[in-house]
Design a protein around this ligand. Structure first.
Ligand code: ADP
Length: 500
């Protein structure tokens, strides 16, 4: 491409030089033609002066040597040497014309010195003799000879002027044709260059851009042409290397995700199967422990009764654990079937379910206006219920204050459940979301509630986390992607409290 641009610039330069040369030639020819015309005009003036010399002498003699009649002669005699020099300078580049002009000047000098001066002086002394000499003398012949020399000069200068004029015009034509040729050539070269650029540069760049767009839209199989050995080839190769590496990374991520999903599914399956299988022996133990309690309690001593109570409590706990484990392995599976759910309704249902606990604790439950979200109503209800239940469960004994809030962030709704309970040491803020994780103070529960909440929220594309301090209450936050934040999904503007 650099080579093509260089050749193009060189050709344009050559055309330009030719054009300048042709224009200079034309200008020189025109100048020479003008000088020939000027030489003719100067010759005419000199010829007139020569004639003035002759008519002046004649007039002087004819008037009987009256000085006033000599004036044309005197003026012409003063002027002709300078006019002769001017003429000589105009024809100096033409040797033949220079010779002719030299001859003319010599003849005029001869006429003046050898004829007119003696004639004037004769007229002053002997007018009658002068009169007869002027009739028969050589003056007119001399002047005729001078005029014929002029004629010769004029003819040659005219021929020269014509020749130079036609030379100038033909060079002007050459300049015009070179100009037109250069213009046509320049335009065609620009056109050829534009076509070349469009094929050789714009097209491959467009192909890379189209490839980049396909990659941006997720089609990592897009490739750019990379056969060229220039910078565009480098660009294409770099793009292809990038796309290939992206494709590998995506395949690796997909393989790892599939592997993770498979092992998760296996784990869930394992948990479901084991919990299910455990139910039956547990049921047997529960039934026989119940029979033992009903039919043989009276016959047992105190230690036997304590052992039996432990067996009954253990089976109860085992049943709860198995139920929670099954619940945990069930949630967050399969395609989500979302629908628009007003979060206010979910909160109301959770509050109804927990009415006994709220009343028992004398809790005060308030909330912001809550938005409508897109999600599985059953699962989202469970999140509200678990978080509210924990807020009541882990409260101080004084009337618990629980507040549910919601704020819109870019692309998501952020809900919060704030309590003034026992709080959480920030060091355990992540651990409590693991299945069966319970902190020291917790006496009730299996430690599965928050793990279930996390599974549900993440299944909806959100996040869940806790902020809190030991003894200073805690705030559980979770996000749900915004269904579009249209008017109808916005919360009411007036804050509403939900009292218990
Ligand atoms: P469970 O299902 O047994 O209630 P969770 O998974 O819900 O268990 O909670 C795990 C642990 O997190 C609880 O045992 C408790 O120690 C702590 N926790 C949960 N919610 C709160 C809260 N609102 N305030 C203080 N601690 C909490």
């Amino acid at each position: 491409m650099v080579l093509a641009s260089g050749a193009f610039a060189l050709l344009i330069g050559a055309v330009f030089v030719l054009l300048v040369f042709a224009i200079r030639e034309q200008r020189d020819s025109a100048k020479r033609a003008i000088r020939a015309q000027e030489a003719i005009s100067a010759g005419n003036k000199l010829e007139k002066l020569a004639i003035d010399l002759e008519t002046g002498v004649r007039g002087y003699v004819a008037s009987g040597a009256r000085p006033v009649f000599l004036q044309p002669y005197t003026e012409a005699r003063q002027a002709y040497p300078a006019q002769g020099r001017a003429l000589a300078s105009l024809v100096r580049d033409n040797p033949i014309a220079s010779d002719t002009v030299g001859g003319i000047r010599g003849s005029i000098d001869d006429y003046v010195n050898l004829y007119s001066i003696p004639m004037i002086s004769l007229a002053r002394d002997r007018i009658d003799v002068a009169r007869s000499v002027i009739v028969n003398g050589t003056g007119p012949q001399r002047i005729d000879a001078i005029r014929s020399q002029f004629q010769q000069l004029f003819n040659s200068e005219r021929a020269l002027a014509n020749k130079r004029t036609s030379q100038a015009s033909s060079r002007a034509n050459v300049a015009i044709w070179i100009g037109i040729g250069g213009l046509v050539f320049g335009l065609s070269a620009v056109l050829v260059l534009a076509i070349y650029l469009s094929r050789a540069v714009v097209k491959p760049v467009r192909e890379v851009a189209a490839g980049a767009e396909r990659v941006a839209h997720g089609d990592l199989s897009a490739r750019a042409p990379d056969q060229r050995s220039d910078e565009l080839g480098d660009l294409g190769r770099a793009f292809n290397t990038m796309a290939t590496s992206l494709e590998h990374s995506r395949d690796e991520v997909a393989a790892r995700t599939a592997e993770l999903e498979r092992s998760n599914a296996e784990l869930d399956q394992f948990a479901a199967v084991t919990s299910h299988d455990l139910k039956e022996p547990l049921q047997t133990v529960t039934v026989f422990a119940g029979l033992l309690d009903r039919d043989y309690r009276d016959r047992l001593d105190d230690s036997g009764k304590t052992f039996l109570d432990s067996i009954l409590a253990g089976t109860d706990r085992m049943r709860t654990l198995i139920r929670d484990l099954l619940e945990y392995s069930r949630v967050g599976h399969g395609e989500l079937q979302p629908e628009l759910v007003p979060a206010d309704e979910l909160l109301d249902r959770a509050r109804d379910n927990l009415a006994a606990a709220i009343a028992e604790k004398g809790a005060c439950l308030t909330s912001d206006p809550l938005p409508t979200v897109n999600g599985d109503p059953k699962q989202l209800f469970q999140v509200f219920q678990n978080l509210l239940s924990n807020a009541l469960k882990f409260s101080d004994d004084d009337a618990p204050q629980v507040h549910v809030g919601a704020s819109l962030f870019p692309g998501e709704w952020r809900f919060s459940v704030r309590d003034n309970g026992i709080g959480i040491d920030p060091r355990h803020a992540e651990r409590i979301f693991q299945p069966f994780a319970r902190l020291g103070a917790a006496k009730e529960g299996t430690g599965i509630g928050l793990a279930i909440c996390q599974k549900i929220v993440e299944h909806h594309g959100g996040r869940i986390w806790v902020e809190g301090r030991q003894g200073a209450g805690s705030v559980f936050h979770f996000t749900i992607p915004d269904p579009g934040a249209t008017e109808e999904h916005q919360p009411n503007t007036a804050p509403a409290g939900v009292g218990a």
